[in-house]
Write a protein that binds this ligand. Structure first.
Ligand code: SF4
Ligand code: SF4
Length: 459
């Protein structure tokens, strides 16, 4: 692997180093002993066979920037920080405990901050050429607008619903317009926005029977619009398990897209908002039904570790966060009320559940508790499906390869349902199944539990 940038060196232009703010930790980088045990877990390495597309290769690149041997302007560095899925499969298997996610997110933040410096003043020290204007505008709308203002997000979702139901989507697809503007693959991922696309917020749902727990639930952004039905199922399942469920007002997006995309300040702003919205409730747990959101909430303490006013509050908040499967499997959960579902299900493990939160047993415990349900394990269930936030947009080719690989593995089981627990995975799998014309459903585990309780109630 070449780690030099001869053009720049020969012109004596100084390399662009990591800056002090949000610098990837040298200690973490140097924890890597280059053993290579993570390589076979890495989806991009499995697809390409290239060392530089492996965790070890990417850590080498970070180390090279950290030690001043290459700069942030290195194309291979930027490409590899972008091509990484942040799936954290490498982190889960690393014997040295390298906190890969933390140094990846900091590296991406370094690139974005240097590009922003370049947008303000191209000649400023530590500046990189800015993103093209349209990309800056798009990031501004998405990161700075839609995902920060839930009112705006719901309005956007409503317009997407209109697009889908008015026939405009049919025309755009059939006319070839989407292909012409290069949006066909991205548009295919757009989920059907269901009828009840907002979950009432600021509400309390009482426990069914005796109240055993009081829990608060994150409603988030896309989960509260495209997956509002999953929220409703989650609330019913929690109620069946003796939980009073509180949806606090003033909560918002968890900030995962921001932190994964190099906008750590945007993520911090959303983290502070959520902490303030939840911390006074005195609940037993803050329950999350989306893997990516759960892992982000559990890491607010790390995100705000440099903020003396918020770090303790963030740590107290993160300690209360429970993934819904973790929560249910951790209590004496209501098995008696489950009714029969005669269905073959395969489980695809969301990366931010299996690797970032190390939750692998509990989803299977819940699935196999459903009478009649047959769980058929797929090959590579924990290998990333290629969704990874906006990865479909930034790395469409690799995303498509991984999506196809995952669906091949799922279909090989003969299951009629793919169970998951994350919106990105659900969209990625459903998009690939639709492309192939396969009549296989993608469902959240809580939806299957909800249906099973309903059948149990009928019996
Ligand atoms: S990240 Fe961990 S597993 Fe991978 S090469 Fe480094 S020490 Fe080994
Ligand atoms: S986070 Fe995932 S894609 Fe990135 S290096 Fe680790 S295993 Fe590979």
């Amino acid at each position: 692997m070449t780690l030099t940038t001869p053009d720049r060196e020969s012109l004596s232009i100084p390399l662009v180093p990591f800056s002090a703010r949000d610098r990837p930790s040298s200690d973490i980088i140097n924890t890597c002993v280059h053993c290579g045990l993570c390589l076979s877990s890495c989806p991009t390495y499995r697809e390409t066979g290239l060392e530089m597309s492996s965790p070890r290769g990417r850590i080498y690149l970070m180390k090279a920037v950290d030690e001043g041997r290459i700069g942030l302007e290195s194309e291979v560095f930027q490409e590899q920080m972008s091509q990484c899925l942040n799936c954290r499969a490498c982190e889960a298997v690393c014997p040295s405990g390298v906190q890969y996610g933390a140094i990846l997110e900091a590296s991406r933040a370094q690139i974005e901050q240097a590009r922003e410096r370049g947008a303000r003043d191209p000649a400023a020290p530590g500046a990189l050429p800015p993103r093209p204007l349209w990309q800056r505008a798009l990031r501004g709308v998405v990161f700075g607008g839609l995902f920060k203002d839930m009112g705006l997000f719901r309005a956007f979702s409503a317009s997407m619903r209109l697009y889908q139901r008015s026939g405009a989507q049919w025309i755009a697809r059939k006319s070839g317009l989407l292909k012409l503007i290069g949006m066909a693959d991205t548009e295919r991922m757009l989920p059907p926005i269901n009828a009840s696309f907002t979950v009432p917020r600021g509400q309390i749902y009482p426990a069914e029977g005796e109240r055993r727990y009081s829990v608060a639930m994150l409603t988030g952004c896309i989960m509260s619009t495209a997956f509002a039905n999953v929220h409703e199922a989650t609330i019913r399942v929690l109620q069946k398990n003796g939980c009073e469920v509180i949806l606090p007002p003033d909560q918002g997006c968890c900030g995962a897209l921001h932190t994964h995309g190099g906008d750590l300040d945007g993520g911090r702003e959303l983290a502070r908002r959520n902490i303030a919205a939840f911390e006074a409730l005195g609940v037993d747990a803050i329950v999350v039904n989306a893997a990516g959101c759960g892992s982000t909430l559990k890491e607010y303490d790390h995100l705000l570790h440099d903020d003396p006013l918020w770090h303790e509050r963030a740590a107290a908040f993160s300690r209360k966060v429970k993934d819904v499967h973790e929560f249910l499997a951790g209590i004496e959960f209501n098995r008696a009320g489950l009714g029969r579902l005669d269905v073959q299900v395969t489980y695809q493990e969301p990366c931010h559940l299996a690797h970032a939160q190390r939750i692998t047993v509990q989803p299977r415990t819940l699935l196999t508790a459903i009478p009649g349900l047959q769980l058929r394990e797929m090959h590579e269930s924990a290998l990333c499906c290629g969704s990874a936030g906006v990865y479909n947009v930034t790395q469409p080719e690799m995303a498509a390869r991984l999506g196809a690989r995952k669906v091949d593995n799922a279909l090989a089981t003969g299951a009629r349902v793919i169970a998951t627990a994350n919106p990105g995975c659900a969209l990625q799998l459903a998009g690939e199944l639709r492309r192939r014309g396969e009549d296989v459903q993608v469902r959240y585990i809580v939806e299957l539990l909800d249906e099973s309780y309903r059948r149990g109630g009928e019996g």
